[in-house]
Ligand binder design. Structure first.
Ligand code: NAG
Ligand code: NAG
Ligand code: NAG
Ligand code: NAG
Length: 154
């Protein structure tokens, strides 16, 4: 598990290295996968009000307004990952990271989460094409498979 300090340091590294994070030991992909599987440590005393808006295609728009009583630093780091994802047109990643922020950045195995599936179905709002686009634009194979499993075919 990451300690809190290591996690925030990684986010800084991720943010500063532009697209060439690989070779630095821990990549954007590693951090994303750790978030997906709940392999992170939540802060216990990190209050902050997070206001963030970023308009993006394919229902990946972020519109976050959260007073987090315990996890603001993780949310701040996640915004950086989200910006990275949208910069790289990884819409599937961005959609997940957006929901992760709405869940207050809680550690959870999201790959097995019915709540996440339900929220993704709600977000797609009957548009099956979105699942395909999210699957194709996810940098994480497990996340891509999750979208694929929700895609009923056209
Ligand atoms: C959890 O994250 C740490 C730090 O990156 C890594 O060393 C470890 O292998 C991860 N554990 C799993 C089960 O992925
Ligand atoms: C479904 O989403 C795609 C991608 O955003 C869009 O191009 C398409 O028009 C949408 N379809 C419907 C029926 O809304
Ligand atoms: C963002 O979310 C707030 C609260 O749900 C809502 O009032 C506002 O209209 C949203 N903004 C946009 C641009 O969708
Ligand atoms: C989150 O980021 C904002 C803007 O960069 C900063 O003002 C705030 O102190 C940060 N909060 C935490 C808890 O890291």
């Amino acid at each position: 598990m990451f300690s809190a300090g290591v996690l925030s340091l990684l986010f800084l590294v991720v943010a500063e290295l532009s697209l060439s994070v690989s070779g630095q030991g821990v990549t954007y992909g590693d951090v994303l996968h750790n978030i997906l599987t709940g392999n992170i440590t939540n802060y216990e005393d990190s209050f902050g009000v997070i206001e963030y808006y970023s308009e993006q295609p394919f229902s990946a728009t972020a519109n976050i307004s959260i007073a987090s009583i315990d996890n603001a630093e993780v949310l701040n780091g996640t915004i950086q990952l989200y910006e990275w994802a949208t910069f790289g047109q990884k819409w599937g990643d961005a959609v997940f990271l957006n929901l992760f922020m709405k869940y207050n950045g809680q550690a959870n195995n999201y790959l097995e989460s019915d709540d996440l599936k339900r929220d993704l179905i709600k977000l797609a709002d009957g548009n099956d094409t979105l699942f395909r686009i999210w699957a194709e634009s996810s940098s994480d194979e497990d996340l891509s498979n999750l979208y694929q499993s929700l895609h009923k075919g056209e």
